[in-house]
Design a protein around this ligand. Structure first.
Ligand code: KG4
Ligand code: ZN
Length: 346
């Protein structure tokens, strides 16, 4: 099949605070439109589920229309609809899944309820072409931190390790709050860290060298909180850039070391890093160095594709359709804790 013979997949993502709609054919990205409600949550320091659900409802139709317009196609050109069935916030997922069912039913095309986490990995194909098989994937987002052995995006994704407490992005968001930086905390910590000295403070490396592929970030968060409190008690002005840089170094040091170790130990020559935290400049830099040293080829999507979007869901939908898996039924249920090993929801 030539590129234009491949099915046109409409992808819908509403698992958290971004209403994402993307259009994809195979590995070709045709459009990627996102409406975010992040500003409505910022003053609460985290996503307010009911506010997110309402925002998805309001943004859905206009965002679908924008995606169609920027791809230069009509709704009637769509050959299949893919939607995030989980994991994510219950109400937010329901809005996306209900909309996707309505589009699939109205257009009389297949519906695929897919896994948000695997979508974060699949999106890399839109930038770098088909993912080599097998590959190791490091998935680092606001809700998840996982190392995956990916034989096939549609059918064979095996978890090697996970966080035992906070996700990496969650640690960024909590530490930003401690430092008086805005939500979401990843981008402001990334920026502040560039002005700081990562060697000024040594924060602990959770589950470092324990022989597992698991992660832990809650002890690090507590260490940062203690450092800030002790500074206030002793009258020492905390240096936000130094704390940000030292915290960030601890996170990316463990993430990159375990990811590269997983490649070496499994004899896998390709690492893909994805999810919102993969937008981090220091993570990208250190992963690049360590992969080069270990002879591993690194793939990281551009920052815009790392954070939540609809194109990633369309990209996984395209894989699932190409694998010939049966479409989801119209009574497809959302699953707030859909396991990462299940690319297609039951
Ligand atoms: O993948 P994502 O957009 O949503 C989830 O599925 O969770 O990830 C959001 C997370 C937030 O915790 C945010 O602080 C983090 O990604 N993030 C970053 C950066 N940009 C976003 N973390 C570190 N550095 C960044 N530049
Ligand atoms: Zn995500």
């Amino acid at each position: 099949m030539s590129g234009s013979d491949l099915p046109l997949i409409l992808g819908i993502e509403t698992s958290c605070d971004e209403t994402g709609v993307g259009l994809v054919r195979g590995c070709e990205l045709l459009s990627d439109e996102v409406a975010s409600s992040v500003e409505q949550h910022a003053r609460f320091g985290g996503v307010v589920p009911e506010v997110a659900s309402r925002a998805h409802l309001e943004a859905m139709s206009p965002t679908v229309q924008r995606a169609l317009d920027s791809a230069g196609v009509q709704l009637s050109d769509v050959d299949a609809v893919a939607v995030t069935a989980g994991p994510g916030l219950a109400g937010a997922l329901l809005v996306g899944v209900s909309a996707a069912k309505a589009y699939a039913l109205a257009l009389d095309v297949p519906l695929y309820g897919v896994n948000h986490l695997v979508g974060h990995v699949a999106v890399d194909q839109l930038e770098h072409g088909p993912l080599p098989k097998p590959a190791i994937a490091l998935l680092v987002s606001g809700g998840h931190t996982s190392l995956l052995y990916v034989r096939d995006l549609a059918t064979d994704v095996r978890p090697l390790g996970d966080t035992v407490d906070d996700a990496a992005g969650e640690a960024y968001d909590k530490v930003a709050r401690l430092l008086g930086l805005p939500y979401p905390g990843g981008p402001p910590i990334d920026r502040a860290a560039r002005e700081g000295d990562s060697g000024a403070i040594h924060f602990p490396r959770g589950k470092w060298g324990d022989g597992s592929y698991d992660f832990s970030f809650s002890g690090l968060k507590t260490a940062v909180a203690r450092w800030v409190e002790d500074g206030e008690r002793d009258g020492r002005a905390p240096s936000v850039p130094d704390i940000a840089a030292a915290f960030q170094e601890s996170v990316v040091d463990v993430l990159t070391r375990k990811a590269v170790d997983a490649c070496v130990e499994h004899g896998v020559g390709h690492l893909v890093i994805s999810g919102g935290v993969a937008a981090n400049s220091r993570l990208r830099e250190l992963a690049g160095q360590r992969c080069a040293d270990a002879g591993v080829e690194l793939r990281v999507p551009r920052p815009r594709l790392c954070t939540d979007n609809g194109a990633m869901i369309a990209a996984l939908g395209a894989e699932v359709a190409a694998a010939g898996l049966p479409p989801s039924r119209l009574d497809l249920a959302t699953d707030t804790s859909l396991p990462v090993g299940q690319p297609l929801a039951a």
